[in-house]
Ligand binder design. Sequence first.
Ligand code: T46
Length: 134
Amino acid sequence: MQTIKYTFQPHGDERGQLISLEEFKDIPFRIKRVYYMYDTLADVVRGHHAHKSLEQILICIHGSCRIRLDNGTEKKVVSLEKPYEGLYVANNMWREMFDFSPDAVLMVLASEVYDESDYIRDYDEFLKFVNAQK
Ligand code: T46
């Protein structure tokens, strides 16, 4: 399974670093929503769902965490530990976020506004959904 990890170009100077992300330029979709999670406990696993159509870019802007991706056939774990790295997570992809460092801030850029009906929260239902698309 191929995963797409973006490396964003910082505008660094003697004052420090700045990263700017523009839709359709740095991010491959229109950004309709931004959310972020922090204070996640070390033994917590978040996610446990897939999306029917939502696309996202996950950026651990502080600290580190790991993301497990599962397309119904293959699984892969990706580490996010740099504020200039972004993991693309397509639709039809089961995801779990875990191993959060105490200082982790995981920011997500999303292609759609929040819509509970886009979630598949049952793993067997997810497998049926992806297999029906083949
Ligand atoms: C995803 C992963 C990476 C909202 O009201 N609006 C929002 O935009 C979001 C994302 C969540 N919520 C509410 C819904 C729940 O009551 O916040 C609560 C926690 O959401 P959830 O349990 O879905 O959070 P995670 O961390 O399991 O998953 C989130 C996103 O929901 C999901 O789309 O791909 O992060």
